[in-house]
Write a protein that binds this ligand. Structure first.
Ligand SMILES: *Cc1c(COP(=O)(O)O)cnc(C)c1O
Length: 399
């Protein structure tokens, strides 16, 4: 079927992330038919697209509309996601003698995390392709975001989350009208329930990287970082990696901007750091060569719920980013995350998610080991607000 449409999207097709086999970008797709692995959206980047194509009046991720996969604007399901601020952390910079330390605050997104970007994009595409309902296994934030965007789109929403997830995540899903299934275990156990419940595929499974468009929403962080920093990228970017959509998406954005000529020809892309929780650090283990891959890895719960992803489907793609960027992978303990939350709270007035605190503590570790130097430009990605995590952290501000 050919869809005839007035579109300003530059999307051309989808590619299997393993072998590059093309798949149509104009019908409903999940993973690649050849390898059962993530599909990556490709755009026409050769035809010149000036930076003036950015819609400056649109203070959301939709300002990069032509580099997003949506064909018809009327299908956009938006709550104002993206274009979050980059904040200078002067107090911590002077305390640690750092030349440049900034934080992109994704906690300011609708539903309180950067999951809003990916789910706005995925649910918009689902609407465009006639989907009636969606299902997702989640560590918390993805379920909340999916519930909100499905509500806005008038779709059914089914969310499976670990029983131990803080109450605020569950409550918010209920208030958006989602059906919530609580599961004993971690996100991979939720995923098993989703596979069983949705064996006939009557709902669209928007699990991380099991459909091609969440990554396209999350890549807008990469475009924003470049635009907000005057098309000059930081030396090092630290990111809390669970399923890895953001890490993969930001790197994809950097590559797209290089192809478009939006970055200086001699640009040095940032070294990308994946930060995990000691309780669940599959990527760190594989990166350090302690296991061939994470397919048998068992993780434990962590106060950084978003990092409890023991067997990420996108592991090979994340490892590529770390290798191509000459980056690294670091893990952080539960106590260290609390210390990071205290520091960002008391020094900078930011109540970040434990995931965001982990990223700051990883920067400290890498400074101490000499991998990072104090005169480099450091960008921390805080992926969520601390407000939903109260049961994990309450009362621990004073230690
Ligand atoms: C989901 C989540 C992460 C991990 O993001 P991925 O894209 O799955 O790597 C990090 N932080 C928070 C707050 C999250 O909700």
């Amino acid at each position: 079927m050919t869809i005839c449409t007035e579109t300003s999207s530059r999307i051309t097709n989808l590619e299997c992330s393993v072998c590059g086999a093309p798949h149509s970008a104009f019908k409903l797709q999940r993973v690649s038919v050849c390898h059962g692995m993530p599909l990556i959206a490709r755009y026409d980047l050769l035809d010149p697209l000036p930076k003036t194509s950015i819609n400056l009046g649109e203070a959301s991720m939709w300002r990069y509309r032509e580099l997003l996969p949506l064909l018809e604007d009327e299908n956009r399901v938006s709550l104002g996601e993206g274009f979050t601020p980059i904040i200078a952390l002067q107090n911590l910079a002077s305390r640690y003698n750092l030349r440049s330390l900034v934080l992109k605050d994704e906690g300011k997104n609708p539903t309180g995390s950067f999951k809003a970007r990916g789910l706005s994009m995925a649910i918009s595409k689902a609407k465009e392709l006639g989907v009636q309902g969606c299902i997702v296994p989640t560590a918390g934030n993805a379920g909340v975001a999916m519930a909100a965007y499905c509500a806005k789109a008038g779709m059914r929403a089914v969310v499976a989350m670990p029983r131990h997830t803080p109450k605020a995540f569950k409550e918010e899903c209920y208030w958006y009208g989602a059906e919530v299934q609580l599961i004993d275990g971690l996100i991979n156990d939720c995923a098993a329930w989703v596979r069983e419940t949705n064996a006939d595929g009557h709902l669209l499974d928007v699990s991380t990287l099991k459909e091609p468009y969440r990554i396209e929403g999350k890549k807008t962080m990469g475009y924003e970082i470049a635009e907000q920093l005057g098309w000059h990228l930081p030396d090092v970017l630290l990111y809390p990696a669970g399923g890895g959509t953001g890490l993969i998406g930001i790197w994809k954005a950097f590559r797209e901007m290089q192809a478009l000529g939006w970055l200086p020809a001699d640009v040095k892309l940032p070294r990308m750091v994946a930060v995990q929780a000691e309780n669940c650090q599959p990527l760190v283990e594989t990166f350090l060569g302690r296991q061939a891959n994470s397919q048998q890895y068992n993780g434990k719960p962590t106060i950084a719920n978003g990092l409890a992803v023991p067997r990420p489907l996108g592991e090979p793609l994340m490892l590529n980013v770390l290798h191509e960027s000459q980056g690294t992978a670091v893990s952080i303990s539960e106590d260290e995350m609390l210390e990071g939350m205290r520091e960002l709270g008391k020094q900078e007035g930011l109540f970040v998610a434990p995931e965001g605190a982990a990223v700051w503590m990883a920067a400290r570790k890498l400074l101490a080991s000499g991998w990072l130097s104090a005169d480099e430009q450091i960008l921390l990605l805080n992926t969520g607000s601390g407000q939903k995590y109260l049961e994990n952290v309450e009362g621990r501000y004073d230690q």
